[in-house]
Write a protein that binds this ligand. Structure first.
Ligand code: NAD
Length: 299
């Protein structure tokens, strides 16, 4: 039988990801700072413990899915962190989207304890997490990739090796900068079309058979009523929070500054998502930029 896999961070993404590990027959031992998040997984048979150190005490393969860099630092190197109890030879996979520099820092700290750390951020959203169709972008020692892939294929359709630790994050940050720009572009386009008298469903259909088609138009349309099973149809609840998108755009800005790379539309997208956070959109799905633009309209 398969040995226990640790899972830390059972939020919008972590919860369905951990469920897929259970489905593939891996016993799961999990924790989250918010006890309510653990309920569903516990009912499905996962063992719930109090903190990351306890997870590391029992499991030698651990996946973390946390909001941002400070949470990852805390979960790995904090007082009740994984590294307090990690077993030698453990494989630690972080699927959060964070600063690649922090991934490198965690990898160095893990190595000191005789453990291996890899960054493996994901693309795909909550729908893909539920259906096990995520894309994983993996950074770390190439000889560990096969072991990581064994677990990640339970949760994803694509598992791509990117290079040394931190390169998974680099790929993810680039993807999300394009996603943010695409979502804003789709939202302003749909809004303009509606104002010009077009039916939103028809406009989406035309875009999706034309050169303007993108993931935001055909898979995650931001206009309520155009698609079913997406956050726009559910008052922008669930999905990928505006605050998380603002965080990822901030990471893109930092890396662009460090490498002296021009990213004018990425900068503008960052500002728009930050403004949304200040206007009460922080915990709504990032496709709510459509609603935000509607509120900014002149009479
Ligand atoms: P979320 O906020 O829904 O979930 C994060 C979970 O981590 C929460 O349940 C929180 O209680 C828990 N947590 C925070 N600090 C903790 C700690 N110290 N110890 C234990 N648990 C802790 O976020 P999410 O939407 O699941 O996203 C997770 C990561 O995946 C983020 O980095 C995000 O950018 C990335 N991501 C999200 C999506 C998406 O569509 N939601 C898609 C791709 C990537």
């Amino acid at each position: 039988s398969k040995t226990q896999v640790g899972f830390i961070g059972l939020g919008n993404m972590g919860n369905p990801m951990a469920k897929n590990l259970l489905k593939h027959g891996y016993p799961v031992i999990a924790t989250d700072v918010f006890p309510e998040s653990c309920k569903e997984l516990q009912e499905l048979g996962a063992q719930i413990v109090d903190n990351p150190a306890e997870v590391a005490d029992k499991a030698d393969r651990i996946i973390t899915m946390l909001p941002s860099s400070p949470n990852v630092r805390d979960v790995y190197t904090g007082p009740n962190g994984i590294l307090k109890k990690v077993k030698k030879g453990s494989l630690l996979i972080d699927s959060s989207t964070i600063d690649p520099a922090v991934s490198k820092e965690m990898a160095a700290a893990a190595e000191k304890m005789g453990a291996v750390f890899m960054d493996a951020p994901v693309s795909g959203g909550v729908g893909a997490a539920s259906s096990g169709k995520l894309t994983f972008m993996v950074g770390g020692a190439e000889e560990e990739f096969t072991a990581a892939k064994e677990l990640l294929t339970c949760m994803g359709a694509n598992v791509v090796y990117c290079g040394q630790v931190g390169t998974g994050q680099a790929a993810k940050i680039c993807n999300n900068m394009l996603l943010a720009i695409g979502m804003i572009g789709t939202s302003e386009t749909m809004n303009l079309g509606i104002r010009l008298g077009l039916d939103p469903k028809l406009l989406a259909k035309i875009l999706n058979m034309s050169s303007g088609r993108c993931w935001s138009s055909d898979t995650y349309n931001p206009v309520p009523g155009v698609m079913e099973g997406v956050p726009s149809g559910n008052n922008y609840q669930g999905g990928f929070g505006t605050q998380l998108m603002a965080k990822d755009l901030g990471l893109a800005q930092d890396t662009a500054t460090n490498t002296k790379t021009p990213v004018p539309l990425g900068s503008l997208a960052h500002q728009i998502y930050r403004m949304m956070c200040a206007r009460g959109y922080a915990n709504k799905d990032f496709s709510s930029v459509f609603q935000f633009l509607r509120e900014e309209e002149e009479g």
